[in-house]
Write a protein of this length. Structure first.
Lengths: 519, 305
């Protein structure tokens, strides 16, 4: 075999013609993959390419419809995850499999099989977390912890079983660059200890840096196995998507005009005990400008979005100024009438009502200022034409003209939501995580739409955890940490290191930039 | 027997069915299942408990019949909500309506009959101690059993691996499933335990509280047990306080009404509910960061295969 370290020996894990069928839909179609010890193996693919299905089968969560798995050369049929764990397969989930209301030690105990006493578990937890430099306090409740700390629990829990093979599903999606670097050190060390790692990620630069071999899935089929270090990010992306990815292009010579969104010293107490206190937030955003807000999730981005959109009202009207009008005390609808538009992070349940049709969802944000309501009556034709225009302008793919929101894939629904707001020609667009969990093709469409909107003179505020995205489309970047917003840096001058330090709460030091983000 | 002693004895008797039913519901809800059919399971437990005791002459057989009836009804609920993924609120309400009908059907031929109620404990010497003797050592087996059950449930939930898994299933069923725990099977056992407790609580009424059966004799106690679980923030210790407080105010307001205070009787009847809600709210406010509802409570789980 091309990548096997020694010929003749059997791989640690091998899938042969692995197929998983859901009705007529082939989630995995005849996939062959080989996992060898001392290798970090990348699994690449767009959303819906079949990565999760493959990993679930390997971890025993689902049974393959056809094909087989071999563990150290022998046929393996898994009855469930505990069976997988008993053989030495560990898993770190993308959406963490943690229990918020239980303590760290209890969470770890739930991931272990067997009859170890709670005291032994706590002791071993401390030992493993020290050995790998992953500090954890076993007595704390999980809901109090940051995302990085939560991930540490998952990793430590998996390591406590001394796995031969560890699966990580998009582990860096929620980490700061520094936290990600620490994770890479741990992974390199696990590799050196002779373990095998299957690493699922969207971040191609990361894969090139870390992984020894990459398997690429598309539409449930394996399309390629390659050495990621010999490829470019663009060539990997092409294999994932199957077509050339368009580059997003900013219109040349974008003019900035008057300030259209101003926030003056906004402070806001959280309304739930797990929320973040916003402290003295100020920013000024001119027409034609895109401002990015970076930061690790849970540092007040949601609270800031709520304060800007009017979901939470400020005491002082002057704290939020939309197009010259003090709006801190105005409701969401009143702010929309001023020309503001909002795209929240959560697509289903916040951005749209999942069980309602797209036309009804268009009405929900457009009722105040889009001519869809006449004297209290809904104009169905206007609603449907909004759906049609968004579909056409943003290439929304759907099964029928006006389906339920929940029936669309994540990328297509996000294109619809962004399209719905942009078609209203807003003066100010506040958008949170515009391309989170969206495939590369849809992400390009959305980013281009934001750039085009700014080029037409709107002010755009983008909150994102993806620094590459912010580097690509913004003019300035500010960082949110513990409810405070840093002074914005011009994107062209901000370095990844600077932003990472701000995201971790360190004060910015004056020093030379080693490399620019956009490089 | 002094008035105070009589009142305390009456309070213990009035609180026991609430505590029994609420213990079962607490465990069920900790596993993430909201079973609103407690009242229905109790009333069927009462009818079957009385039938069993009247036919055999044994209170123990009666109690077992009551428990089994509760379990059977809870399995109907489990079939609907766990296997068929029906909405839990609708299924629970339907269960209460079903239970009321079934108990009337079973109990109709026993209305007017009488049985000997469960004997009270008597330990020579101890029970004869003035005042405290009858209260501590002179109760029927149900009272001791109800206390043993809540202590046992508390120990199970917080001191055993099984309890940890049950709480985990109630907190996040998707995570529990991803770790390989059989979410639906664990929930089914929790629902069955809730059914057994509710059935026993119902059987207590004709077997120990009054020596006869009348239709609808649970008189809303199942609903009160449900409310107690919520107001106790799903914590066993507070549940005990809530159940006895409710029983105490119920008995006290009866005495107050008997004494002829010039307070409207409707207000007095409402007093137990008011007092229990206020006290439990005050407790949960005093201790911040206490336990909240199981995060997965009332949500349907369908594993993908």
């Amino acid at each position: 075999m091309l990548f096997g370290p020694k010929s003749g020996a059997a791989p640690l894990l091998q899938t042969v013609g692995l197929t998983k069928r859901y009705g007529a839909f082939l989630a995995n179609d005849c996939i062959d993959i080989e996992i060898w010890p001392r290798q970090i193996h990348a699994l690449l693919g767009e959303n819906g390419a079949g990565k999760s299905t493959l990993v679930k089968a390997i971890y025993g969560l689902i049974q393959p419809s056809e094909g087989e798995m071999r563990w150290q050369g022998e046929k393996m049929v898994l009855s469930g995850p505990s069976d997988a764990r008993a053989r030495g397969i560990g898993m770190v989930f993308q959406h963490f499999s943690l229990f918020d209301n239980l303590t760290v030690a209890e969470n770890v105990a739930l991931g272990l099989d067997g009859q170890q006493s709670f005291k032994d578990i706590s002791a071993r937890l401390e030992e493993v977390s020290n050995v790998y430099g992953l500090p954890l306090d076993p007595r704390r409740d999980v809901w109090q912890l940051s995302v990085g700390e939560r991930q540490r629990i998952e990793i430590v829990r998996a390591l406590m079983q001394d796995p031969k093979f560890l699966i990580l599903d998009e582990p860096t999606a929620v980490l700061t660059p520094q936290e990600a670097d620490q994770l890479f050190i741990v992974l390199e060390r696990l590799k050196a200890e002779g373990r095998a790692i299957l690493y699922i990620s969207h971040k191609l630069e990361e894969v090139k840096r870390l992984c020894d071999i990459a398997t690429i899935l598309r539409g449930g089929k394996k399309v390629s196995a390659c050495n990621p270090r010999a490829e470019t990010a663009a060539s990997l992306a092409r294999m994932m998507v199957g077509t050339e990815i368009r580059e997003v292009k900013a219109a040349a010579g974008r003019q900035t005009t008057v300030p259209r969104l101003v926030v003056n010293d906004l402070s806001l107490e959280p309304d739930d005990p797990h929320g973040v206190h916003l402290k003295h937030i100020s920013l000024e955003l001119k027409g034609g400008e895109i401002l990015g807000i970076a930061g690790v999730a849970g540092n007040g981005q949601d609270e800031l979005f709520a304060a800007l959109s009017g979901e939470r009202l400020a005491q002082d009207p002057g704290t939020v100024v939309i197009d010259g009008t003090a709006a801190g005390h105005l409701s969401i609808t009143q702010r929309r009438r001023l020309g503001a538009a909002f795209v929240p992070e959560e697509r289903l349940g916040h951005g749209t009502a999942p069980r309602m049709k797209l036309s009804e969802n268009a009405l929900l944000t457009g009722h105040a200022a889009s001519g869809m309501v006449h004297r209290g009556f809904i104009k169905l034709a206007a609603m449907l034409s909004t759906v049609d225009r968004a579909t056409k302008a943003f290439d929304v793919r759907k099964a029928k003209r006006d389906p339920e929101a929940a029936s669309l894939s994540g990328g297509n629904l996000q294109k619809f939501i962004v399209g719905r707001e942009i078609l209203r020609n807003p003066a100010v667009l506040v958008v949170s995580q515009p391309t989170w969990g969206v495939d590369a093709g849809a992400a390009t469409v959305i980013r281009q739409a934001l750039l085009d909107l700014a080029a037409r003179g709107a002010a755009v505020l983008v909150t994102s955890q993806d620094l590459d995205e912010l580097a690509e489309i913004t003019d300035r970047i500010a960082v949110m940490f513990h409810g405070r917003l840093s002074a914005p840096l011009p994107t062209a001058q901000a370095t990844r290191e600077q932003l990472g330090l701000l995201m971790g709460g360190s004060a910015l030091e004056e020093k030379e930039a080693p490399h620019a983000v956009s490089a | 027997m002094g008035l105070l002693e009589a009142i305390i004895l009456a309070v213990l008797a009035a609180s026991t069915p609430l505590l029994l039913a609420a213990t079962g519901e607490l465990v069920t809800e900790r596993a993430g299942v909201l079973n609103l059919g407690v009242e229905g399971m109790m009333i069927v437990g009462a009818a079957c408990g009385f039938a069993g005791a009247w036919l055999t002459g044994s209170v123990i057989v009666g109690a077992i019949c009551g428990m089994l009836a509760g379990v059977v009804l809870s399995l109907v609920f489990a079939l609907m909500t766990l296997a068929l993924a029906v909405n839990q609120v609708a299924a629970g309400l339907a269960l209460t309506i079903l239970g009321t009908g079934v108990s009337g059907l079973i109990g109709s031929r026993f209305v007017g009959e009488k049985i000997t109620t469960a004997p009270k404990l008597y330990i020579p010497g101890l029970t004869d101690i003035p005042f405290a003797g009858r209260i501590l050592f002179g109760q029927d087996a149900f009272v001791y059993l109800s206390l043993a059950l809540i202590i046992g449930a508390s120990w199970f939930l917080y001191r055993t691996r099984g309890g940890l898994i049950l709480r985990a299933v109630g907190d996040n069923h998707a995570s529990a499933h991803a770790l390989g725990y059989p979410v639906l099977r664990i929930r089914m056992f929790a629902v069955m335990f809730g059914g057994a407790c509710a059935g026993l609580a119902g059987a207590y009424l004709p077997l120990a509280y009054t020596p006869f059966f009348i239709p609808g004799m649970t008189a809303g106690r199942g609903w009160i047990a449900l409310a107690l679980v919520v107001f106790s923030s799903w914590l066993p210790g507070r549940l005990v306080i809530g159940a006895y407080l409710f029983g105490a105010v119920t008995i006290l307001q009866l005495h107050a009404q008997g004494a002829g205070l010039g307070i409207p009787s409707q207000f007095m009847t409402a007093l137990p509910y008011l007092a229990t809600v206020i006290v439990l709210v005050l407790i949960s406010r005093a201790r911040t960061g206490g336990s909240t509802a199981p995060a997965a409570l009332g949500t349907v789980f369908v594993p993908d295969r």
